[in-house]
Design a protein around this ligand. Sequence first.
Ligand SMILES: Nc1ncnc2c1ncn2[C@@H]1O[C@H](COP(=O)(O)OP(=O)(O)OP(=O)(O)O)[C@@H](O)[C@H]1O
Length: 348
Amino acid sequence: MDFRCFDALGIEVPEAGAVFTGQNAQGKTSVLEAVCVLVRLHSPRTSRMQTLARIGGHGGFGIAGEAWDMERRIDWRPRVPTRHVVEGDERPSQGGYLEDGGLLVWMGNDDLDLVRGGGESRRRYLDFMGSQVAPDYRRALARYRRALKAKNLLLKDGERRRREIESYEAIMIPAAEVLRRVRADLSGRLTEVVAERQRTIAGKDELAGMSYLPGGGMELGPALEQVREKEFRQRRSLVGPHRDELELTVNGMPAAAYASEGQQRTLALALKLAQGGVLRERAGREPVWLIDDVFGELDVSRRNALMRALPTGAQKWITTTYLDWLKETPELEGLARFAVEGGSLRAS
Ligand SMILES: Nc1ncnc2c1ncn2[C@@H]1O[C@H](COP(=O)(O)OP(=O)(O)OP(=O)(O)O)[C@@H](O)[C@H]1O
């Protein structure tokens, strides 16, 4: 293991899921994070794998588990290729490992950033979904980011090296096509489901809206030509999927600026619930819900609404520091209970 604060950890979770309780900084989030890394090769807290390796451990980490009836294992070590193993067979690429991986929805108490924060958090929301439903998405995103970084370095040095810049754009344009096709498709479907979830949680007077706005327009090639001079002057990339926006509204007004805090919280919940619904529709399977410290923060009516909205058959992994609300939530009775303390776990 050697993952975060855990040197070793073995855990069996029933079909319905589990609730992890404990004080702050005991390792609850790390348990959910390990599932996310094993299943999606992605941590919602960091993009640096090194951060996940236990300080004072052997330098790397390993996670193994059965997910969606398949034995999966990853071994991460610094400076050597990560090993991805499924049913005992090594998969040579991340894409190969992920193609039959499971589906996840992550809910955390920073989900409010989806509504209040900058475009980056909403792009991450689409990216997390995109890479779960479209096999070519993750690769396109990695290619796009690498080429964009190289292009930005060239723009920054101010030398107007058009030829070299165009060679990176030749990588960015087809990658952008993949990203935008998937993002447009997902947001089209999400719009309806988010509006429906918002109505269910808040009542019929709250109309949530969503529009996908590709930065510079859907066609990247012509957009790049149009801003060429401006990019040279400003020394940075001005159009492309890294500038896409997912505009959110409540009752026709921009949600970040005009919606009340309650409306914003409801919208953040609706976005995550819709994510689960659309993943299920697209992939024909129920995602697992990793719900990190969300329930304790919600008022009773939103907590109940969330509980009712979570699919009954879905597996849920829930962390919480407060125990009181658990007693009032009969829907969670079938879930195993674990107490997390100082990087170790015991059934409670
Ligand atoms: N790479 C690492 N090696 C060792 N310990 C780590 C590492 N990364 C984080 N930690 C520590 O692990 C502990 C558990 O963190 P975690 O976020 O899982 O706690 P938590 O129980 O979810 O807390 P909270 O309720 O505050 O969210 C923290 O003390 C944290 O500082």
